[in-house]
Every structure is written in C-alpha cells, then in structure tokens.
Design a protein around this ligand. Structure first.
Ligand SMILES: Cc1cc2nc3c(=O)[nH]c(=O)nc-3n(C[C@H](O)[C@H](O)[C@H](O)COP(=O)(O)OP(=O)(O)OC[C@H]3O[C@@H](n4cnc5c(N)ncnc54)[C@H](O)[C@@H]3O)c2cc1C
Length: 482
C-alpha cells in the first residue's frame, strides 16, 4: 500500500512515524511526505541561542493530554521531558496598566473559591456579586452552540468576559471569545450548565469527584501534577527525533503539493512538477490549504474546510542579561485583555516557566502578538515589532524593571500566518458535515489542528490514528521502537 502525506507539521510527521512503525512491524506500506517549506515541523520550531532555548511556536503541551509525552517516550526522549515550574506559577492579567494576579481557585474560567474571588482587584463589586449569585442559576439545557463570550457573560457578566475569558482564550488560541464555540472549546462547561445550572457548583462537584478518584486510585495519585510538559532542548527535539526514524527518501521538503485528484484506483498528487499515485492520502496541511487542493475532488467538502477560520500570530523572543533589568514580579508572565488596547496578547517569563532551559543570569521573555484582532501587525518590520514589545513591557512592568536603556542581548521575531485554527460557533456541526463528505471518499484522511483539538497532543493523536486506520493496525498497548 502506498500512502501520500501532505504537510510535514507535527500532525503529518506523527502520521509518517506511525506508518514507519507499521512498516517495521511487517506491514506492507510505503509512504511519501510532501512539505512545502524547506524544513519539517510546521509550527514546532525552536533553537538554542546563547545557551537559552527559544521557542518560535509552541513551548510545551498540556500534561493531561498524554499523546505528546507518550510519543516522546517512544522516541527515546522520556528523559528530556520537563515539567512546568508550577511552584512558581502565577499569571497576571493586565488591568488598567497594572498586573493583577489571577485569583486562586479559578478552574477553566470558573471561580470556585470565595475569599480570593471576593478580594481580587480583577473584578468590580458588581461582578463579584454576580459571581456569588451565579450559584443560584437553575439547570439550563443546551440550545445549540453559542460563543464562549455569551456563555461566560450569561453566568458572570461582561467584565468576566473582558478580564478573564478573552485574555485566557486569546493567549491560547490567539482567538476572540465572541467567535469561539462554547460547545467545542468549553464542552465541560456546557454540560455543567445543563446539569447543575451554576458553573461554579458544577466545577466544585467535578473537583470533589476527581479528589475521590485520586484517593481511590494510586495510579492517578502518582501522576505528575505539572500543568505543562516541555522538552529540555525545545520542541525541535521531537521533530528531529521523528525525522531520524523516517526513511530520508520518503521525505520531500520544499515540495508543495499543487494538486490532488481522485483516480479509479486511489489518489494522484501533483508536486514539484511530477504526478504520483497513491492508494490513500493523509492531508495534514491547514484546512484552508486542504480546501484549495480538494476543491476539484469535492467542492462541498472544500467549502466546509475553507470556512474554518484561522488566526495569525507573532512571537517575539527577547534574551536579557538579568543585570540589565530590575526584579520581575513572581510568576510565569501576563495576559493582556483586548480592552487594554495593546498590541501584545501575552508575555511569558520563559526562564521561570521551565527551569534549566536558560543559563543563570539570563532572562527570556516570549511575547505573543497579533491574533484575530491585529492581523495588520504581520506586515510590520522586525524592528518595529521588537520596539512595540519593549515599549509595552516597559509600560506594563514599569521602567524600573525594564528601562528604555535596557537592550536585549538577542531578539527574534517569528510570524505565523493563518497557523492557528479557530473553533468558531457551529464547529461541531461543521465537523459532522465534513465527516459525512469524507465517508464517501475512501482512503482520504484529514488531520491537523483544524478538527479535533488545537494543541500538539491532539495533532499527534489524530495523525497517528489516521495512519493506523489506513493500514488497519490496532493501537498497541505498548508501542515498539522504530
Ligand atoms: C505561536 C504558536 C504557539 C503555540 N503554542 C502552543 C503550545 O504552547 N502548546 C500546544 O500544544 N500548541 C500550541 N500551538 C498550537 C500547535 O503548535 C499547532 O496547532 C500544531 O503544531 C499544528 O500542527 P499541524 O501539523 O496541524 O499544522 P502545521 O504545523 O501548520 O503544519 C502544516 C504543514 O503543512 C504544510 N503545507 C501546507 N500546505 C501544503 C502543501 N500544499 N503542500 C505541502 N505542504 C503543505 C505547511 O507548510 C506546514 O508545515 C501554538 C501554535 C502557534 C502558531
């Protein structure tokens, strides 16, 4: 069986890895992966500069989603996995130019602790009163999808959207809470509303249940509790380790696929001026790229794919010598609500979030700009973007912490154009329509961040699953090494 893979981001690489594994296990399969850019990895890209790990794209993955750590262990990178430094975890929201820590007890946007919520400077008295009264909300069955902003506003008011939902979601999705689907992005909250009415009561009940389970299950008790997991040498380690296990002749970099055609026997790909036939295809390019390629095959499918919105973003990494800056507030960094009217969406103190990736005496800041609301920033020069980040950091952290004269010893700007899919209201229904179209196209699989999870672990899970399905291999209990 010959399988073509379009796109060499982490989803396409995970699919190729799974096929290589099946092949080494005796399955009769060949694969060819086409990647438009000269390098593999898609959004995963890191490098070490002056001894510090700089992540251009994702810096870590959620520990509770096992697919990424599992893959790293299979790749022999288990010893390289490092937890986030949760002891120092504290995140601030910029509120009228000041840093206000997220109150303790916040779970998925839901306040669960009375005293910290009552005492925080993040919310007005009116919002705090509303948060207390939210406990009285009666159960409300879901009436179809709505935006995250609508769900949160109904429970906690507009200020909770502006000061909490919006910055948290734009920090994760580069997205806009008025567009993102509650059903897809926050399905647990939608279920809780239907069952309990109050999200706070629902979250407290879920928390009690988890504690019970942890008490009764030694396995859960021993599970590491760090929220994020990273690789000591950066996400690039994962990309390099996968590539090392793939057959070099199967990898076509700098070879964009320009056409896909359904043939009588299977599929034809045009790339690099050549047409090649395959029995099956895994399209791991962004949904908008897949839409262009699949339009001649199935216009209705292409139109659904093309309608999935994407956001663009920019990361700016700055390395400072600590002697050049003042004391930073404790914690991992800050998020900037849109109502603050700034270009920055978030800033991570990377040297704090993961210990051991930055040399002593250095500080690494990773600023995130752009998102759905500020696509125009992509056109700005590197110098202008670095100047914006330095100015906004100075205004937010104070000139005593980062003065105008404090020059970073290194600055790196990366633009990610239309890289992050947005699960807009109606995403679940759209996915149903996409699945129905795919059912009539045997041998075609779509994987990547546009479908069933935006993060690295979800992309890996989907890539591997598609590969296994095509070659008819069951998920093994313990995967053999390739
Ligand atoms: C700045 C940023 C920060 C992030 N932070 C995190 C984080 O901390 N944790 C986390 O879990 N996730 C994070 N994410 C999300 C996560 O990194 C992505 O969702 C994931 O890496 C997407 O992988 P993918 O393979 O689906 O797509 P991509 O990485 O976009 O790969 C798609 C590939 O397809 C190629 N391609 C497109 N068209 C063609 C064609 N016609 N022919 C051949 N190749 C083609 C592209 O060149 C690209 O390499 C972040 C994303 C960004 C952009």
């Amino acid at each position: 069986m010959r399988i073509g893979i379009v796109g060499g981001g982490i989803a396409g690489l995970a699919a190729a890895y799974e096929l290589a594994r099946a092949r080494s296990g005796g399955v009769d399969v060949e694969y060819t992966l086409f990647e438009g850019r000269p390098q593999l990895g898609g959004s995963l890209a890191s490098e070490i500069v002056n001894g510090a790990v700089l992540e251009r794209g994702p810096d870590s993955f959620l520990s509770e989603k096992p697919a990424a750590a599992e893959l790293c262990r299979e790749l022999g990178l288990g010893g390289e996995l490092i937890p986030s430094n949760d002891a120092a975890r504290k995140t601030y929201i910029v509120t009228r130019n000041r840093l206000v820590a997220l109150p303790d007890g916040l779970m998925f946007l839901v306040p669960t602790k009375l005293a910290p919520t009552a005492l925080t400077r993040l919310f007005s008295l009116r919002t705090k009163t509303r948060m207390a009264l939210e406990l009285l909300h009666p159960p409300r069955p879901s009436e179809g999808d709505e935006s995250v902003a609508a769900l949160v506003e109904r429970h906690y008011g507009r200020e909770a959207v502006d000061r909490l939902a919006d910055p948290l979601l734009s920090g994760i999705y580069g997205g806009d809470s008025t567009q993102l689907s509650a059903q897809t992005v926050l399905p647990r909250l939608v279920e809780m509303e239907a069952k309990y009415g109050s999200l706070t009561r629902g979250m407290l009940a879920a928390h009690r249940k988890m504690r019970e389970m942890a008490k009764n299950s030694p396995k859960t008790q021993n599970r590491g509790s760090a929220i994020f997991t990273a690789l000591r040498g950066g996400m690039q380690q994962m990309v390099d380790a996968i590539v090392a296990r793939l057959d070099a002749v199967s990898l076509r970099t700098a070879t964009p696929v320009t056409g896909i055609e359904k043939t009588r026997q299977g599929w034809r790909i045009d790339a690099g001026g050549v047409s090649e036939d395959f029995d099956a295809l895994i399209v791991a390019a962004s949904a908008w790229a897949a839409a262009d390629l699949l339009a001649p095959v199935d216009a209705a499918l292409a139109s659904e794919l093309g309608a999935i919105p994407y956001s663009s973003s920019i990361t700016v990494n700055l390395i400072y010598d600590k002697s050049r800056i003042g004391a930073l507030p404790e914690g991992f960094g800050f998020l900037v609500p849109a109502v603050e009217g700034r270009d920055m969406l978030a800033c991570t103190f990377s040297h704090r979030k993961f210990v051991g990736r930055t040399p002593q005496g250095k500080a690494v800041f990773r600023a995130f700009l752009g998102g759905m609301r500020h696509t125009e920033l992509l056109a700005e020069s590197d110098e202008a973007l670095v100047a914006t980040v330095r100015r906004e950091m100075r205004e937010i952290l104070g000139a005593r912490t980062i003065g105008a004269a404090a020059e970073p010893e290194f600055a790196q700007v990366t633009r990610w154009s239309r890289a992050m899919a947005q699960y807009a209201v109606g995403h679940k229904a759209r996915m149903g329509r996409i699945s129905a179209r795919l059912a009539a196209l045997p041998g075609l699989r779509l994987v990547g961040n546009a479908y069933d999870g935006i993060g690295v672990p979800d992309c890996i899970r989907l890539g591997r699953k598609a590969a296994r399905e095509l070659v008819g291999v069951e998920e093994p209990a313990q995967a053999p090494r390739v």
